[in-house]
Design a protein. Structure first.
Length: 413
């Protein structure tokens, strides 16, 4: 496990590269035109860009992108190529064909990376086994939430429980003897008895260099009203209703604050009604969906970040807010406490506790020196994390576990 200021001893160096060809199989929306490979999902494209720096060649295997609903296509580096699967549900209906396609693609590569999400993860594993290629896995959430079986069964409660148990059993069978990279160390520890080896990170995130503020610029000079930011999908599980109630409490205590809510969802109407009922409608701003650049700008304009969720996995907005130099408040759920140490680099409270949330916000508003120390410590915590650092770490572990050669490619001057 890497700390805030060190990398895993097996991590690749900045100039190192794995000698070989990696196949990525997963739920990628891909397009290939004129020999160029593109992805529709920005987060997936960023990860592929990062990995492409540290391996000679990559082939991305996913379904053909037919629309731009996920945003504009992002062209990938020259050492990345595409390979198509049939569209869902056909790749599942004709699963032997899918397995054969993966096996044929895998025969041309050195090793395979699979993300165990959705049916394609297991089918990809069967194809890699058929081709007798070494495999490592990425798992971004608990096995019982991986939805390897149909998520369409989730609305029937008994079937949802049965599906969760089956998914947990299936993943633990598939990972036996293999390397598993996890979104957090707690998940890695839970899978360790079943896998050949597991490795987890403090917090799964996509931090890029432009996300980090200069620590020297974190001054805690807040104008009034003080701006509290939350960025989340608007549903009851994000706890935004408690945050609105906490803001109402702060207003009653005489604090000059506003809440800015970045995100959208079906619960928005109820949250608007709640703010109006509590008399803080003018103090709660609903910003709607924001692009990556717009969210980054919201971090720069905010004074405090708060995510009072009832349940989480590894919310990327928390390390993003810390990288932006914001004092951060979150709840004791999921992987949050692997990165936030209560009272040192952030504040942790129990979910659905409005009074505790009110008091936590008030403690930052009353003591600017305390808020400043929290913000600076948070920035230091994530200072050596981020997409590039995490990629070098897990690629180095993959190279070590699979006994793959490293080299430093020649560069032209």
């Amino acid at each position: 496990m890497n700390t805030a200021n060190s990398q895993h001893p097996q991590s690749l160096g900045p100039g190192d590269r794995i000698r070989g060809h990696m196949l990525l199989v997963g739920r990628y929306d891909i397009a290939c035109q004129g020999g160029k490979c593109s992805l529709a999902r920005p987060s997936g494209a960023q990860r592929v860009f990062a990995m492409a720096k540290y391996v000679d060649k990559i082939t991305v295997m996913g379904t053909r992108c037919k629309s731009s609903r996920e945003g504009p296509l992002i062209e990938l580096p020259e050492n990345v190529s595409c390979c198509y699967l049939s569209a869902f549900p056909w790749y599942l209906v004709f699963w032997p064909v899918t397995v054969l396609r993966v096996a044929l693609a895998a025969r041309r590569v050195t090793f395979v990376r699979l993300r165990l999400t959705g049916y394609v993860g297991c089918l990809g594993y069967l194809g890699a086994r058929l081709a007798r290629k070494p495999v490592h896995f990425y798992i971004g959430g608990a096995p019982d939430t991986a939805a390897l079986t149909s998520p369409r069964l989730s609305w029937i409660t008994p079937l949802k429980r049965l599906r969760a148990k089956f998914d947990d059993w299936l993943i633990r069978r598939v990972i036996r003897g293999n390397l598993v990279i996890c979104c957090d160390e707690d998940l890695a520890a839970s899978l360790r008895p079943d896998a050949g080896r597991t490795h987890g990170f403090k917090m799964s995130n996509l931090l890029l260099p432009e996300d980090f503020v200069n620590p020297d610029t974190i001054a805690g000079d807040w104008d009034k009203p003080v701006k509290i930011l939350v960025a989340a999908t608007l549903n009851p599980g994000k706890g935004i209703q408690e945050l609105i109630r906490a803001v109402a409490n702060l207003k009653q205590r005489g604090y000059d604050v506003i809440l800015r809510v970045a995100g959208d969802g079906r619960y928005r109407g109820e949250l608007v009604e709640l703010a109006d009922r509590l008399g803080v409608a003018e103090d709660v701003e609903f910003l709607g969906m924001r692009s990556r650049d717009e969210i980054r700008q919201e971090y720069r304009q905010a004074d405090i970040f708060c995510l009072p969720s009832h349940a989480e996995g590894s919310p990327k907005v928390i390390p993003e807010a810390m990288a932006a130099g914001l004092p951060t408040i979150a709840t004791d759920v999921g992987n949050v406490t692997n990165i936030i140490r209560n009272g040192q680099n952030g504040l942790i409270l129990q979910p659905e506790d409005v009074e505790a949330l009110t008091d936590a916000l008030a403690s930052l508003l009353d003591d600017r020196d305390f808020a400043l120390s929290i913000a600076r410590a948070g920035r230091q915590t994530v200072g050596c994390t981020g997409l590039d650092a995490d990629t070098r770490e897990f690629m180095g572990i993959v190279a070590h576990h699979l006994a793959l050669d490293r080299h430093q490619p020649l560069t032209s001057h």
